[in-house]
Design a protein around this ligand. Structure first.
Ligand code: FES
Length: 161
């Protein structure tokens, strides 16, 4: 083990190593491994990057590049209400950009950011596969189509604990 590597104990490292073992033989193993990590923890902790780089014989920059290229991956935990808005073409054609502007104002958060009170995180996604019913928004894992600004606010309010 290289100096500085975690000694097998943390839940993160254990999960990262088991995800690597499960997907190592896959073509393009990094993506399924990252999805696996995000599904488990809700985000890809930057501490996973050196483990992945070493195990897959990639540079840390390569791993970072993939994480930041795919907007599905987060580098930190989302807040209590996690809002994701589709910005792909079909949703854009029916007002996704305006909806994102509304969401930023309504939540007080930029895309990729968390509201000042820390209660909501706003992210963007490039297609949920719900293209015929855009604009598409997901709030805490529940997908909604044809979302207007008014409906957006209602969805977010309904998701509050
Ligand atoms: S383009 Fe938005 S769900 Fe596909």
């Amino acid at each position: 083990m290289k100096p500085g590597a975690m000694a097998g104990g943390s839940p993160l490292e254990r999960h990262v190593r088991s995800a690597i073992a499960a997907h190592r033989a896959d073509r393009g193993a990094l993506l399924p491994i990252l999805h696996d990590i995000q599904a488990e923890f809700g985000y890809v902790d930057p501490a996973a990057v050196p483990i992945l780089a070493e195990a897959l014989n990639l540079s840390r920059a390569d791993v970072h590049g993939v994480i930041s290229f795919y907007h599905d991956f987060r580098a930190s935990a989302a807040a209590g209400t996690h809002v994701r808005i589709c910005r792909a073409e079909a949703c854009q054609a029916v007002g996704a950009d305006a909806l994102v502007e509304h969401a930023k104002t309504s939540l007080g958060a930029d895309v990729g950011g968390t509201s000042p009170g820390g209660d909501a995180t706003l992210d963007q996604v490039f297609c949920f596969g719900n293209c015929a019913l855009g604009p598409t928004v997901e709030v805490n894992g529940r997908l909604a189509g044809r979302v207007t600004p008014e409906r957006f606010d209602a969805l977010v309010n309904a998701a509050k604990p």
